[in-house]
Design a protein around this ligand. Structure first.
Ligand code: SER
Length: 594
């Protein structure tokens, strides 16, 4: 079964079970300063998992593009990816364990044809915070899964969330398919990383809320949040040993083979290079081509994108691919996915332009790195030494993108070896630090929906409208990011705003606040919303239900909320900074003063 068919079957199946198919969201989270990218289907749904009513009801399903870069250094093995698609179904206070498991089981066995005999599941074993999930065990047994294939595991394996420090979370039950490989040890069981058991689906039962104090209290609304990885599932269905052998990667691999004249399977190093290039450029194409696409930079998401591109360029050099190789590869990826993600085709030129520009920039860094290495090598020779320190080799790797083998090769020509152990140590230390960074941002929590951020959210709508009044209708939201301290708003506008324009916008927002305008919400289809003159940021599916927030006679915008009830709750609006964000995009930071 191909990915196209899997997506369609999944969504149709859940639609048949009363779920509304909703559009997947942007890869760049909006109004959520605590995560860099959307990492799971549930991210954009957090407000609804916390009780905000969803315009499409209580049963939802979708296919969500996700980026996870915590394990970037592991990409190149058979299973780690930085971009993947997640199919998900949700119950927002509707069905719970029994129905969720029944649907998962039915879909896997009847619709995908996985044999129930090859199937293992894991459940939560219980601890002092929450009891063992005996219910799930009972349900799985009812479907004929014997005790010998039900594994109870601790919280670190079978508990999902909260995605932030606090919030909805609960035990999960994960479904594994046996690949038929021999067990790696007597303890080998689902969850083991040897590759015998392949996890394809996770049903999370969000029945608890983790409080600030670290305790787990039962949630009023019992939710179900599930996630099935598209790449992994089709790899299993197609009997492939790795995800790179599926049609989602095959055209790119073929193109790289033809261009480089090398076979992917030639040796371990070559295989790894092929995998890194095709994974990283796929992620880069999706980030650049996103509806809120961003550019490479030295900060946040832009930095992750830069690392992905540079890493693929480095590996491309190993294969002997020349400058500009990103263009045909990116075009191949766009063509392979454009029927599912039309935004990639719409942004095709931008994707190619940014990739090639970053390739060129990196080329210059490489020159600088060569200069630096040359200097160090001369010093070493002058001091009659024979070894380049691991620290220097790692610095060249980290800041100039020099692969260790590349450095070693140059050193060898001058009769110098590289302290590999020192390099590995520096690398491990760096991995530890970047993992901590990734954990921190993840643990920092998802967007909080406190009163302060809610107020800033409403102020953002007023700002958006006021900018259109003062600067013109070409002003469109390009990004929004809200923390408890401030709002940040990116919008299309070709020039720096004058002092006078800034003052005018501030005055308009403050006038709207002073007029104590009511904020109301209606649910309607996207087409109706557009007809009613609402600003809408996303192109959803035809007939999809959306929420429209109206602020008195001032603004009408499609938005998930939440918002204040009346603008009088906002306080005084002040623009703190107006600056360039990227070409043709300006950025405003503003606050509400009480
Ligand atoms: N949120 C869960 C996961 O990411 C289920 O979708 O696995």
């Amino acid at each position: 079964m191909r990915a196209d068919e899997l997506r369609e079957r999944y969504l149709k199946f859940f639609e048949g079970h009363g779920h509304k198919i909703i559009s997947g969201s942007s890869l760049i989270p909006q109004n959520d300063p605590t995560v860099l990218f959307t990492t799971a289907g549930m991210h954009p749904l957090v407000p609804y998992l916390l009780g905000e009513p969803h315009p499409s009801g209580k049963r939802l399903c979708d296919c969500q593009k996700c980026i996870r870069t915590g394990d970037i250094d592991d990409v190149g093995d058979s299973s780690h990816l930085t971009f993947f698609e997640m199919l998900g179904n949700w119950s927002l206070g509707d069905y719970f364990k029994e129905e969720a498991i029944a649907m998962s089981f039915e879909f896997l066995t009847k619709y995908l044809g996985f044999s129930a005999d090859k199937f293992s599941v894991t459940v939560f074993e219980g601890n002092e915070s929450a009891p063992a999930d005996k219910e799930s065990v009972k349900i799985w047994k009812k479907f004929g899964i014997p005790d010998s294939r039900i594994f109870a595991l601790p919280m670190k394996d079978n508990w999902w969330g909260p995605a932030g420090a606090t919030g909805p979370c609960g035990p999960d039950t994960e479904m594994f398919v046996d690949t038929g490989k021999p067990t790696c040890s007597p303890d080998c069981r689902p969850g083991c990383s040897c590759g015998k058991f392949f996890e394809i689906w996770n049903d999370v039962f969000m029945q608890y809320e983790k409080t600030k104090e670290g305790t787990y209290v039962p949630l009023k609304q019992h939710n179900v949040d599930t996630g099935m990885g598209v790449e992994r599932t089709i790899a299993m269905l197609q009997g492939r040993a790795t995800i790179y052998e599926t049609e989602l990667f095959a055209p790119v691999i073929k193109l790289i083979e033809e261009t480089s004249g090398k076979k992917m399977s030639a040796d371990i190093g070559t295989t790894r290079a092929f995998r890194v290039i095709s994974d990283h450029l796929r992620s880069s194409v999706f980030i650049l081509g996103d509806q809120h696409g961003i550019s490479p930079s030295n900060l946040g998401q832009g930095y992750v994108l830069r690392r992905l591109i540079r890493r693929s360029v480095r590996y491309a050099k190993k294969l002997g691919l020349g400058m500009g190789f990103t263009k045909p590869v990116a075009e191949c990826i766009v063509d392979n996915y454009k029927h599912v993600y039309p935004e990639l085709n719409i942004n095709r030129d931008r994707i190619v332009m940014e990739l090639v520009a970053e390739e060129e920039k990196f080329e210059n860094t490489l020159d600088r790195g060569m200069g630096e290495l040359d200097k160090v090598l001369t010093q070493i020779t002058e001091h009659n030494q024979k070894v380049l320190s691991g620290r220097v080799a790692f610095r060249l790797y980290d800041t100039c993108g020099f692969p260790l083998e590349f450095t070693e090769e140059i050193c060898r020509e001058r009769g110098i070896s590289v302290d590999k152990k020192g390099f590995d140590e520096a690398f491990e230390k760096h991995k530890e630090i970047s993992k901590q960074g990734a954990d921190k941002i993840f643990k920092g929590g998802l967007a909080d929906h406190s009163e302060t951020t809610t107020r800033l959210h409403t102020a953002t709508h007023l700002l958006h409208k006021s900018l259109q009044i003062v600067l013109g209708d070409h002003v469109k939201q390009k990004g929004s990011n809200i923390t408890v301290e401030r709002l940040r708003f990116d919008f299309s506008h070709p020039a720096k705003m004058t002092e006078e324009e800034i003052r005018k916008v501030e005055t308009l927002v403050n006038d709207a606040i002073k007029r104590s305008l009511p904020v109301t919400m209606e649910t309607m289809t996207l087409e109706e919303a557009q007809k009613a003159g609402s600003m809408a940021l996303f192109a959803g599916k035809y007939g999809e239900q959306v929420k429209v927030y109206t602020i008195g006679d001032y603004s009408k915008e499609v938005c998930g909320g939440p918002h204040v009830k009346n603008t009088s709750e906002l306080g005084r609006f002040k623009i703190k900074k107006e600056e360039a964000s990227s070409a043709g995009v300006r950025r405003i930071r503003a606050v509400l003063e009480s």
